[in-house]
Ligand binder design. Structure first.
Ligand code: GLC
Ligand code: CA
Length: 561
C-alpha cells in the first residue's frame, strides 16, 4: 500500500465555479472570482482544489456537457484567467485537479456535429449509434440517469444515439481506438499545462456490454448492469494510465456509481495502475427507498455504520478511501446527516466534520460545507435550475400524477440545487456572491450563515475545520491508522478507534439530538480529559472513567494511554 502521496495527506476542496464567486456582476461565478478567494482557501488549510468543469459548454448540465475540451467557458473567463488561477494556487502550495468528463460530450461538440451528419462520416463511430428495433422503438430499453429513454432518434440518418444522461450528453464510443487517443491527447494538453490530476466523471460507465442488451422485458428499465463496470473498463483505465497519466505525478479519483469495495481495490491497487482513488455511492444511498434517490426514506445510523465498516475494513492496506458526505450532486450534509436547526447546526456540522477527518482516507470539503451551509426550499419549481430536478418533477407530476407537495418534499430533501445555491460570503445583498442577479437564488439564511461571520468567530465551523486539517497534518494516525468500530449496536453513538505505530485514538460521535450514554469498554478507559485531542463542545462532559455522556451531536476524540 502506498503511503506519503499528496493525494493521501492533503485535504481536497471542491469548487463548483458557477456558484462560488462572481467577479463581474453577470450573476455567474467565474475564474477571476475564484482567484480573489485563494487566500481564503489557503487559510482553511486545504492542499488540493478539485474544480468542477470550466470548459466550453452549452450548460445543459452546468458544464458536464462539454463542447470543447480545450477551451474555457466564456462565462467563466479566458485561458489566461485559468492560467493565472493555476499559478495562484501553486504559489500557495495548493494543487489543482480538473474534472474529466469523457463518458459523454455535448451534442454541440464538433465531433458530434460531424457524427450525426452521415453514417460514413469519419466521426460517426465516436458515438454510439443504432437503428431502432421497429418504427418508434428504441434500440434497447435502457433509461437515462435523468429519466426517459437513454436513446434519442436523429432524423438525418434515421438512427438513435445513446445518452445515459441528458439528450444533450451523447455517450462517447470507447470501443473506438481513435476516440480513446483523442481523450488521452486532451488529458496531456492539461497535464502539460501543469495540472495535478483529474476527477473522472462517471468513469466506470465508459465500457458498455457487447450487443447493448435490454434489461429484462419491460418497455423501459435501468440497464446499469450493462454499463457500470462494463467488460473492458479495466483495460481502458490501464490504457489511459499508460498512454497519458503515467508520465506525470498526477492524482486521479474516479467517480464510480455502484462500485463495490472489491472492485475499488482492483481499480486502485498500485499494481493495477488504474486510478488512485474512487468515489463510492453506498453512503449516499442509505436514505433512498425502492426506485432510487427521490423515494426518500429516513436513514439509520446502523446503515451508516455498516457501509462505513465495509469500506474502511475493505480497503485497509489494499486501496484508499475518499471521504465525503456531500458534493455538487448531493444535498448539504448538515441538513441530511446532522441538523440544520438554529440550535444544532453548528455542533452537528462539526461532529460530521470530525467523522470525515478521522476516518482512513482523504477528506473532501464541498464549498460552503466549511461554514455549515444548509439545504434550500424554493417555493416553486421555476426557481430550480437543475436539469435532473426538472426532469423528475415533469415525470412525477405530469406523467405519473403524483401530488406536487410530495414531489417538492423529495426535491427539498435530495435535489442537486441544494448544493448549488451561491456560496455565502457575507451578510450583504446576494450574500456577497454577486453585485448582479445570481443565476440561482441565494439561500435566504445568508444573513446569519456566511464566511465573514465564520472567520470572525473563533468558535466557528470554519475554525473547527482549520483545526482538523492542522491536526491531520501533524498526526499521521488520522490518515493511515487502522479503523475499528466500538459498541457497534449503539443507536445514537458512532464510536471507533484508530491505531497506528503503537498509538491509539478513540473517536466518539453522538449522531442524535438527545444525550447519549456510552459505556467505555475496558480497553478504552484510559481516555481521560487530559488526553483530549479535539471536541466540538468546549466544556467537559459529564463522565466517569468508565462512562462518557455525550450531549446533542457531541464529538470527542481522545488519545488512549
Ligand atoms: C456526474 C456529475 C454530475 C453530472 C453527471 C453527468 O455524476 O457529478 O454532476 O450530471 O455525472 O456528467
Ligand atoms: Ca461572472
Amino acid at each position: 500500500m502506498t503511503t506519503g502521496a499528496f493525494w493521501q495527506e492533503e485535504v481536497v476542496y471542491q469548487i463548483y465555479p458557477r456558484s462560488f464567486k462572481d467577479s463581474n456582476g453577470d450573476g455567474v461565478g467565474d475564474i477571476p472570482g475564484i482567484i480573489g478567494k485563494l487566500d481564503y482557501l489557503k487559510e482553511l488549510g486545504i492542499g488540493i482544489v478539485w474544480l468542477s468543469p470550466v470548459y466550453q459548454s452549452p450548460n445543459d448540465d452546468n458544464g458536464y456537457d462539454i463542447s470543447d475540451y480545450e477551451a474555457i467557458m466564456d462565462e467563466f473567463g479566458t485561458m489566461e484567467d485559468w492560467e493565472a488561477l493555476l499559478e495562484g494556487l501553486h504559489a500557495r502550495g495548493i494543487k489543482l485537479i480538473m474534472d474529466l468528463v469523457v463518458n459523454h460530450s455535448s451534442d454541440e461538440h464538433r465531433w458530434f456535429e460531424e457524427s450525426r451528419k452521415s453514417k460514413d462520416n469519419p466521426y460517426r463511430d465516436y458515438y454510439i449509434w443504432r437503428p431502432g428495433k421497429a418504427d418508434g422503438v428504441e434500440p434497447n430499453n435502457w433509461v437515462s440517469v435523468f429519466g426517459g429513454s437513454a436513446w434519442q432518434y436523429d432524423e438525418a440518418t434515421d438512427e438513435y444515439y445513446l445518452h445515459l444522461f441528458t439528450r444533450k450528453q451523447p455517450d462517447l464510443n470507447w470501443e473506438n481506438p481513435k476516440l480513446r487517443e483523442e481523450v488521452y491527447k486532451m488529458m496531456k494538453f492539461w497535464l502539460d499545462k501543469g495540472i495535478d490530476g483529474f476527477r473522472m466523471d462517471v468513469i466506470n460507465f465508459i465500457s458498455k456490454a457487447d450487443g447493448l442488451p435490454s434489461a429484462g422485458d419491460d418497455r423501459y428499465a435501468w440497464g446499469g448492469e450493462f454499463f457500470m463496470g462494463g467488460p473492458r473498463i479495466h483495460e481502458y483505465m490501464r490504457e489511459m494510465n499508460e498512454r497519458a497519466l503515467s508520465r506525470y505525478d498526477a492524482m486521479t479519483v474516479g467517480e464510480m456509481p455502484g462500485v463495490t469495495p472489491e472492485e475499488a481495490v482492483k481499480f486502485t491497487s498500485p499494481e493495477s495502475r488504474e486510478v488512485n482513488v474512487v468515489f463510492q455511492f453506498e453512503t449516499m444511498d442509505i436514505d433512498s427507498g425502492e426506485g432510487g434517490k427521490w423515494n426518500v426514506k429516513p436513514w439509520r445510523l446502523a446503515d451508516l455504520k455498516a457501509v462505513t465498516n465495509k469500506w474502511q475494513y475493505g480497503l485497509n492496506g489494499k486501496g484508499w478511501n475518499s471521504l465525503y458526505l456531500n458534493n455538487h450532486d448531493q444535498p448539504r450534509m448538515v441538513s441530511r446527516f446532522g441538523s440544520d436547526s438554529a440550535e444544532y447546526r453548528k455542533p452537528s456540522a462539526k461532529m460530521l466534520a470530525t467523522f470525515l477527518h478521522t476516518l482512513q482516507g482523504t477528506p473532501y470539503i464541498y464549498q460552503g460545507e466549511e461554514i455549515g451551509m444548509t439545504n434550500v426550499q424554493f417555493g416553486s419549481i421555476e426557481e430550480y435550475k437543475d436539469v435532473e430536478t426538472h426532469n423528475y418533477y415533469r415525470e412525477a407530476v405530469r406523467d405519473r400524477g403524483e401530488p406536487v407537495d410530495r414531489v417538492m418534499a423529495s426535491i427539498y430533501a435530495k435535489g442537486r440545487d441544494n448544493a448549488r445555491t451561491p456560496m455565502q460570503w457575507d451578510g450583504s445583498a446576494q450574500a456577497g456572491f454577486t453585485t448582479g442577479t445570481p443565476w440561482i437564488a441565494v439561500n435566504p439564511n445568508y444573513a446569519s450563515i456566511n464566511a465573514e461571520e465564520s472567520l470572525q468567530d473563533s468558535d466557528s465551523i470554519f475554525r473547527y475545520y482549520q483545526r482538523l486539517i492542522k491536526l491531520r497534518k501533524a498526526n499521521p494516525i488520522m490518515i493511515y491508522g487502522d479503523y475499528n468500530i466500538v459498541a457497534e449496536e449503539h443507536e445514537q453513538i458512532y464510536a471507533y478507534t484508530r491505531e497506528w505505530q503503537g498509538e491509539k485514538w478513540l473517536v466518539a460521535l453522538n449522531f442524535s439530538a438527545d444525550d447519549a450514554r456510552f459505556e467505555l469498554p475496558e480497553a478504552l478507559r484510559g481516555c481521560s480529559e487530559e488526553n483530549l485531542i479535539v471536541a466540538n463542545y468546549d466544556d467537559e462532559p459529564n463522565r466517569s472513567s468508565a462512562e462518557l455522556n455525550l450531549r446533542a451531536y457531541e464529538a470527542r476524540v481522545y488519545r488512549i494511554v
